[in-house]
Design a protein around this ligand. Structure first.
Ligand code: THU
Length: 136
């Protein structure tokens, strides 16, 4: 699947964003090792802290459907009244994505000029905490 195709699925999911407080709508799509794609949008809450990011919604949908390996990630975000643009995963989402990604798993985003920007999981979360740390 091309980066553009996965980013389009993220943009489609973004249309369902529930973000009345920030008006910042985010969509994510994750390609899994069995070929399935799961998507998600951010879901905000009046109490603010229960808000969940688009990426973690997509991961929760995938893992609860039996997935354990993610092979590519796409994230799109921006003002809810506009087409989605540049948005990088927050720190919590990087940690959650890393649990199911390899270090070289690509994460597709847009840069501020509208071009596709690709970073590996390891570039987004170098020296992260992982299961290996529990074995020390
Ligand atoms: N948000 C995401 O969905 N993913 C990210 O990686 C960054 C932030 C959401 C959370 C909140 O609803 C809004 O964007 C503004 O922070």
């Amino acid at each position: 699947m091309t980066p553009e195709a996965l980013l389009q699925q993220a943009e489609n999911a973004r249309q369902n964003s529930y973000c009345p407080y920030s008006r910042f709508a985010v969509g994510a799509a994750i390609l899994c090792d069995d070929g399935r794609v799961f998507d998600g949008c951010n879901i905000e809450n009046a109490a603010f802290s229960p808000t969940i990011c688009a990426e973690r919604v997509a991961v929760a949908k995938a893992v609860s459907a039996g997935v354990r390996r993610i092979t590519a990630v796409a994230v799109v975000g921006g003002n809810a009244d506009k087409k989605g643009g540049a948005c990088t995963p927050c720190g919590v989402c990087r940690q959650v994505l890393a649990e199911f990604c390899a270090p070289d798993t690509p994460v597709y985003m847009y840069d501020t000029d509208g071009g596709v920007c690709t970073r590996t999981m390891n570039e987004l979360l170098p020296f992260g905490f992982s299961a290996a740390d529990l074995e020390e």
